[in-house]
Design a protein around this ligand. Structure first.
Ligand code: DGL
Length: 267
């Protein structure tokens, strides 16, 4: 595999650009092919079988584009499809759940650890399994927050409605006295100030993006497939629907302007 081959990154939509942003910061020489499955977003409320089928279609397409590794930026797709992707694809596949769990286990002092995510991720139990695999006695408080994704997509990031819903969703975490909360969904890092205010002082929020980028760096380093330093990366961004809409909103997630979004329908 050529070292300057791109890294594939995919998500159900725009949210995974928060992970792409962390990858670009940590590994500035790597080229990315980012797929946002905007035709089929959201994955959060869908069944494991459906999400697995979507993930395999995108993973196989990314391999056809010549990627040297695949990062599953979507928590729901990681929860439902990481094992199937690792079995099916001939390149390393990295999810966001194990890195997030690792970062949370390092951050927690007395516990418990809260996990907030989509309904699908919470129902899968993947975060609880990953956390207890690291520390068997860790107490985990998982809470599904299904309204956060549509609120972020509507741009209601600093809005009284979002604040009210955050108070409601996070009440069980406050009651449990968590010291750490995993932001187990691509969209939640954008709500960090509101979540932090609703949880109160002294609670560490974990965004798995940085840790995922560190894991990708380690895997590419071990395999001696890091891109050559000094080569300018070439990024591609692909959406399965409404590329113009993606172009408009994407820069908010990526924190830099997007120039062009390709359109591809996955079947
Ligand atoms: N990307 C999804 C995740 O991280 C959130 C959006 C969706 O439900 O598709 O779980």
């Amino acid at each position: 595999m050529a070292n300057n081959a791109p890294v594939g990154v995919f998500d159900s939509g725009l949210g995974g650009l928060t992970v792409a942003r962390a990858l670009m910061r940590r590994l500035p020489a790597e080229s990315l092919v980012y797929v946002g499955d905007t035709a089929r977003v959201p994955y959060g409320p869908k069944s494991a079988t459906t999400v697995q089928r979507y993930a395999l279609q995108i993973g196989e397409w990314l391999v056809d584009q010549g990627v040297k590794a695949v990062v599953v930026a979507c928590n729901t797709a990681t929860a439902h499809a990481l094992t199937a992707l690792r079995e099916a694809l001939p390149v390393p596949v990295i999810g966001v759940i194990e890195p997030g769990a690792r970062a949370a286990s390092r951050a927690t002092v007395r516990g418990p650890v809260g996990v907030i995510a989509t309904a699908g991720t919470i129902a899968s139990g993947a975060y609880t399994a990953a956390l207890t695999a690291i520390a068997s006695t860790i107490e985990v408080v998982p809470v599904a927050c299904p309204l956060f994704v549509p609120l972020v997509e509507e741009g209601l990031i600093d809005h009284p409605a979002t604040r009210l819903i955050a108070q409601e969703y996070l009440a069980p975490l406050r009651a449990a006295g968590v010291d750490t909360v995993v932001l187990g969904c691509t969209h939640y890092p954008l709500l960090r100030p509101i979540l932090s205010a609703a949880l109160g002082p002294g609670v560490t929020l974990i965004d798995s993006a940085e840790e995922t980028a560190a894991e990708l760096a380690a895997i590419l380093g071990d395999a001696d497939t890091l891109a050559d330093a000094g080569v300018a990366p070439r990024h591609r961004v692909v959406a399965s629907d409404a590329p113009q809409h993606f172009l408009r909103l994407g820069s908010r997630f990526l924190d830099r302007p997007l120039e062009y979004v390709e359109h591809h329908v996955f079947t």
